[in-house]
Design a protein around this ligand. Sequence first.
Ligand code: PLP
Length: 398
Amino acid sequence: MKHGIRHLYIPGPTNVPERVRRAMNVPMEDQRAPDFPALSLPLFEDLKRVFKMREGRVFMYPSSGTGAWEAAIQNTLARGDRVLMSRFGQFSHLWVDMAQRLGLDVEAIDVEWGAGVPLDAYERAIAADRAHAIRAVFVTHNETATGVTSDVAGVRRLLDAHQHPALIFVDGVSSIASIDFRQDEWGVDLAVAGSQKGFMLPAGLSFLAVSEKALAASRDNRPKMERTYFAFADMITHNDNGFFPYTPPTQFFHGLRVALDMLFEEGLENVFARHHRLAEGVRRGVAAWGLKLQAVAPQWHSDTVSAIRVPEGVDANAVIRTAYERYDTSLGGGLAQLSGKVFRIGHLGDLNAAMCLTALGVAEMALADAGARIEPGSGVAAAQAWYRDAAAEGSALM
Ligand code: PLP
């Protein structure tokens, strides 16, 4: 028998607000009913506001984010197309793996896990590509495995500087709706997001924002990959009238309606500022423990997730297990080569300062239990000081 709530501080799925959960608790409905578009059509338009785009369109797929990765590639590229990618964590690694398995000719630049997209190496590759063989450049905006945010606008700048026509693909699964993202201004062509992070929904719905240029690329005469379920053309035919080529997850749409309302009620810029404030409190807590982030420099610090390196001789998996078994709290694990070396605190979505203090407080107990020599209370105290200053200045922490 347990009491209280189980705490969830993993970087997705994140906590689903009560308002959103209730909105999803509706009877099943007819997805071909004449009034269904009254629900669906505004969602497409409002998603464009979140992606900060006026041109192009957003697709909603009943898949997790990985499905939208695949949709982006299949609809615009052909087997053998040359693409420029980089790997610096498990998710950027997996996207490279998918591109290779789909038959793309991938130039994958390996970067230490803790840094992000290497603009200098990208620039060299783009500058050398006078024939414009590179058809797409990929950017993992926020690498969830390492807590690293990359500079999407910087990639746009270097393509423009070399007048290179490559499409820009962005993985924004753990950034969009939590960290500033600008589809139009940054000239992003295909941006992937997932429901279970900043959108505060369960996992199972992905969003793919597509520029006019990428829509044109999906229609041009070059041969493309085979695609059926994710085909833009089929989606467009039905989406234009508010319908789908297959049975859509209608309950998700009711949840999404409320989640979007919540984002707009708070204001996107306030959402980003809150994430930054909350993240900074966590980072200060980590510094007070004397521990380091996996992100190797402040320029890479992610406002949605912190990957925290445990001291030599301490097993990060023991920290996570202890937090779960003794204190009913989920912290994120270290993925692939970071297993046992880091634990992660997800600080995104429906979150406030008091919740971050809980995450830090439990992590302190679990770290100490796992043998780390940290001063219990030190991380919480540092974060409290930061949050109290922010509150005194009138900054929102919830
Ligand atoms: N990309 C990033 C940055 C992620 O964090 C994740 C999942 O955590 C994915 C892609 C894969 O998304 P999904 O698990 O929704 O398929």
